[in-house]
Write a protein that binds this ligand. Structure first.
Ligand SMILES: Cc1cc2nc3c(=O)[nH]c(=O)nc-3n(C[C@H](O)[C@H](O)[C@H](O)COP(=O)(O)OP(=O)(O)OC[C@H]3O[C@@H](n4cnc5c(N)ncnc54)[C@H](O)[C@@H]3O)c2cc1C
Length: 314
């Protein structure tokens, strides 16, 4: 049996572990246990991105793939709190709506309706019925458990095509090595922090423009990745959740739902990395990282693609 060593156990590494194990690899999943963006309490699965309304080529396939994967895990007895309840994307004016309409591919099921039930100020609402949310931590946990991978806590210091050296000097050998370190493990790229406020209640459906409000396992969340871009994970995290950001987030939330009677029970902060790094480098090490704000939309689909290539002759 061939041995795959994966460094990083977020949605990228956990998905790769799951698909690799299913394809007959013996998998070791090594995780530093710090700075995991995939622990996001509620991740939206939303193919219509940001305020530009762009829809990337793989988005619809990724959306369907992730929800199918969640159903597969649940059928196998793993609890993955989620809902494919649809996502609401309100737009502020006719100009934005026209821009989004121009971006929407015909094959993406959607409908436009009035902003009934939202606070005043919205022009109309795009609803994507196949969208929804998932507990990031629960999906990762389920993937790792279902993979049966050997899980180790530790930090990779040096990677090679045939293994890795850990911080303490231990050497692990493998037939293939896949790096899925996300922002915590990423050198270079753009690191952007954001926070989620944990709320005692939330709308029944996720709603998103600028920030997002979503149901979660307990109550709901209000969040976004909104801090200034930084050059490293540590630099991105250094700010914590400044009062200015908290104020910005609460204003965005109030515009989306009014927030009356909503209590904040805590907050979660994470850092995402971009751009995407997917494939094999010149030294023979494989990478899946830099998933940006689409880790749950594209991560599992891309991981399956990487795993399919791992066994090909080099
Ligand atoms: C506030 C916020 C909101 C978000 N909302 C959404 C959303 O709504 N929808 C969505 O799809 N995405 C969302 N994202 C983005 C998503 O969380 C990320 O794209 C995704 O989690 C990245 O997954 P990953 O596996 O690449 O990295 P991570 O989840 O960061 O995992 C990397 C893991 O690798 C480990 N590691 C790093 N270096 C090493 C090393 N050298 N050795 C061993 N282990 C190592 C780390 O400890 C970590 O556990 C959000 C992100 C944030 C911050």
């Amino acid at each position: 049996m061939k041995h795959l060593l994966i460094a990083g156990g977020g949605i990228a590494g956990a998905s790769a572990a799951y698909f690799a194990a299913r394809s007959g690899w013996a998998v070791t999943l090594l995780d530093a246990g710090e700075g995991r963006a995939s622990d996001v309490p509620a991740a939206l699965l939303n193919p219509v991105r940001g305020q530009s309304g762009k829809v990337e080529a793989l988005s619809l396939a990724g959306l369907r793939f992730t929800f199918a994967l969640i159903r597969e895990l649940e059928a196998a007895g793993h609890a993955v709190p989620h809902a494919q309840s649809g996502v609401q994307r309100p737009v502020p004016d006719e100009k934005t709506r026209r821009k989004w309409v121009a971006n929407l591919p015909a094959e993406l099921p959607h409908r436009w309706h009035d902003p009934a039930g939202l606070p005043p100020g919205w022009h109309s609402v795009l609803e994507i019925p196949e969208g929804g949310w998932v507990s990031g931590a629960a999906l990762v946990r389920a993937l790792v458990a279902a993979s049966g991978a050997r899980v180790m806590r530790g930090r990779v210091a040096t990677v090679m095509a045939s293994g890795a050296v850990l911080d303490g000097g231990e050497i692990l050998c493998a037939d293939r090595v896949l790096c899925c370190g996300g922002s915590f493990g990423g050198e270079g790229g753009t690191h952007r922090a954001g926070s989620l406020l944990l709320l005692n209640k939330a709308p029944t459906q996720p709603v998103s423009f600028g920030a997002y409000l979503s149901p979660a396992i307990h109550g709901g969340v209000l969040g976004a990745t909104f801090e200034a871009p930084a050059e490293s994970h540590a630099e991105a995290l250094a700010l914590g959740l400044p009062l200015k950001s908290l104020d910005w987030l609460l204003c965005k939330g109030a515009a989306l739902s009014g927030l009356s009677g909503v209590e904040v029970a805590g907050h979660w902060t994470g850092v995402r990395l971009s751009p995407l790094d997917c494939g094999r480098d010149e030294s023979g090490v494989w990478h899946l990282s830099g998933l940006g704000s689409k880790g749950f939309l594209l991560g599992p689909l891309l991981a399956q693609g990487v795993v399919e290539q791992l066994g090909l002759p080099i």
